[in-house]
Design a protein around this ligand. Sequence first.
Ligand SMILES: NC(=O)c1ccc[n+]([C@@H]2O[C@H](COP(=O)([O-])OP(=O)(O)OC[C@H]3O[C@@H](n4cnc5c(N)ncnc54)[C@H](OP(=O)(O)O)[C@@H]3O)[C@@H](O)[C@H]2O)c1
Length: 334
Amino acid sequence: MTETNRRWYLAARPTGEPTREDFEFREDDVPEPGPGEVLVRTLFMSVDPYMRGRMRDAESYAEPWAVGDPMRAGIVGEVIASEYDGLGEGDVVNGELEWADYSVAPGSTLRQVDPELAPVSTALGVLGMPGATAYFGFTDVGEPAPGDTVVVNAAAGAVGSVVGQLARIGGCEVVGIAGSDAKTKWLVDELGFDHAINYDTEDVHARLSELVDGVDVYFDNVGGEITDAVFRHLSVRARVVVCGQIALYNATEIPVGPRKLTTLIQKRAKVEGVLVRDYTNWGEAFERIAGWVARDELRYREDVTEGLENAPEAFFGLFEGENIGKQLVKVRER
Ligand SMILES: NC(=O)c1ccc[n+]([C@@H]2O[C@H](COP(=O)([O-])OP(=O)(O)OC[C@H]3O[C@@H](n4cnc5c(N)ncnc54)[C@H](OP(=O)(O)O)[C@@H]3O)[C@@H](O)[C@H]2O)c1
């Protein structure tokens, strides 16, 4: 193999918003697979909000990345060489690999992707981790019923856009909250949300007062002030699904906001966190979502940044709301 392997390393732990200085781009040799391993050439790489947590040296449900180590990501790639019986050259796979042109991994940690079923990039989005998060978080933790009013924020993102459509398919009234008019228009015109609020230009509490008579399921991807506003509208026996708190991921100190827990007593509401990795039956989610996509009942969008060298900028964009739909980095053609 004459090519070199471009790889992104964590150079420093960010304080506040991550910057390019926190990353280092280096060229290494292409690795060789050992027994039971495969060599994967990256086609698409995912950038995800959770990566900000991995850059922090803090206890969490997963180990933080070490400074000086290669960064890791959800990857869809092609098998170039295999020392694992279950996979052969040319197979398309998905797994947690490196921000790199090439990665080596145990074959048993990879899932095979069927390129005939859907574009392979969807294995990082609607038919991948974000799709599974939306499906299990909404159906299992949200416990929706037809006629419920559902509010979801980061609604034009990878998880939120699926949650809102699952709610619509399930016969709920859906309000999406997002950060631009282009996003709110997409939610209502293309995805069939009943209403959408631009939190950047509109008062979320005032708009909810006009639009709904109580919120039965609140799917929270954001936290902070938006959550303070939505809590004021919870119905009796409301379910709050805490999926993400992206408004707080770059905070150096957690801001103290209004204390809304009395609402939980008044409304006998339930607040529950969800972690997609607790669910083992992702195949069930993908089968159902693929069916809705095939019947055009559920739509998805991908925001694709070209080039591995631009991966940090694609990541930063998540915190600026630059993406509509799933943010991906395209590394090479198949
Ligand atoms: N619990 C789990 O297992 C699990 C799994 C996957 C994802 N998540 C969480 O789910 C959430 C969504 O993830 P995703 O992958 O689908 O990302 P995404 O929604 O595609 O992208 C992030 C979006 O968050 C919004 N945002 C960023 N900073 C914000 C702020 N300060 N205030 C309000 N909105 C802000 C932006 O949209 P706007 O333009 O609307 O601001 C941005 O486009 C994240 O919090 C993530 O950590 C949790």
